[in-house]
Design a protein around this ligand. Structure first.
Ligand code: ATR
Length: 283
């Protein structure tokens, strides 16, 4: 709870289904403590068919901002009256900003791409001129494609279980890839050649499912990055490490995207390193 002497700036939260595993409340409360901002930030479980009603109730009860997670990012995009350029491009929203005046529009933004690039910078992962395999074509991929392409990789191949979804992304984003070999394929048709960076943006790991990747895509210089995270290395990380690659999970991305959301809501940039350390120290 906020210090009584501090003025409560408002109610914030993260909404998703499932949501109990979310680290976002801990992260935002840590940022709030660090910056001396008093706020409430809670995890909200929305019924799968009740996202819009849950958001409306939150706003009516004085809520000022929500982070949106699986599986609602596309629905959040659809309900926004006003979108940042990056959210419009992604077709997915992970940050909602509610005006105090209910006649004003809700603003939607997407901080996932900025969070990913910040985390890449933290780990020293470079993209320019690299050969990248991006697995998955859902909301997570949509959120990060524009910033990834802006770094001008030599090649960006999107592989997805349903090839059509990946092909649709090529059509949507190809104008941002003038200097990149930008293509899509089915998950079971990935060429048997090595990549510098493999990013897992699927939700397969949530059910402990191993992706059917050919061994040839990975070698000891490959960097493997899973946007998912857990208390233990993910299935994809374990698969990569077993083949000698360096592997990272998405916990850093989570903290970095949260920091961008925090800035959007409060106008203050929190320090992310102590919060990364805090999360890593958790059992
Ligand atoms: P998110 O917002 O996390 O991206 P999403 O939009 O539901 O969630 O997308 C999930 C992604 O994970 C999709 O690319 C999905 O592949 P399909 O488009 O073919 O459904 C992928 N995915 C989920 N489970 C998977 C599995 N077991 N094997 C391979 N891909 C999987």
């Amino acid at each position: 709870m906020p210090d009584q002497a501090q003025k409560l700036v408002g109610q914030y939260g993260v909404i998703g289904n499932p949501i109990s595993h979310s680290r976002s409340p801990l992260i935002h409360q840590a940022f709030a403590k660090q910056t001396g901002i008093a706020l409430e930030y809670t995890a909200i479980l929305a019924p799968l068919d009740g996202f819009e009603a849950s958001v409306a109730a939150f706003w009516q009860n004085g809520g000022r901002g929500l982070n949106v997670t699986v599986p609602f990012k596309a629905q959040a995009f659809a309900l926004c009256h006003n979108l940042s350029e990056r959210a419009a491009r992604a077709g997915a929203v992970n940050t909602l900003i509610f005006p105090a005046d209910s006649l004003q529009p809700i603003l939607g933004d997407n901080t996932d791409g900025a969070g990913l690039l910040q985390d890449f910078a933290f780990h020293g992962i470079s993209i320019h001129g690299k050969k990248i395999l991006l697995i998955g074509a859902g909301g997570a991929t949509r959120g990060v494609l524009a910033p990834l392409l802006a770094e001008q990789p030599a090649q960006l191949l999107i592989a997805n279980r349903r090839e059509k979804t990946a092909q649709a992304l090529i059509a949507d984003f190809v104008d941002l890839a003038p200097n990149t070999a930008f293509a899509a394929c089915a998950l079971d048709a990935i060429p048997k050649e090595a990549f510098d960076l493999i990013i897992n943006a699927t939700s397969a790991g949530l059910s402990d499912t191993q992706l059917p990747l050919p061994d040839a895509v990975i070698h000891t210089d490959t960097v493997a990055y899973d946007m998912a995270y857990g208390s233990q290395p993910t299935v994809f990380m374990r698969w990569s490490q077993a083949r000698g690659a360096k592997a990272f999970d998405g916990l850093g991305m989570l903290v970095e995207q949260a920091a961008v959301s925090f800035y959007l809501w409060h106008g203050v940039r929190p320090e992310t390193r102590p919060v990364r350390d805090l999360l890593r120290a958790l059992p």
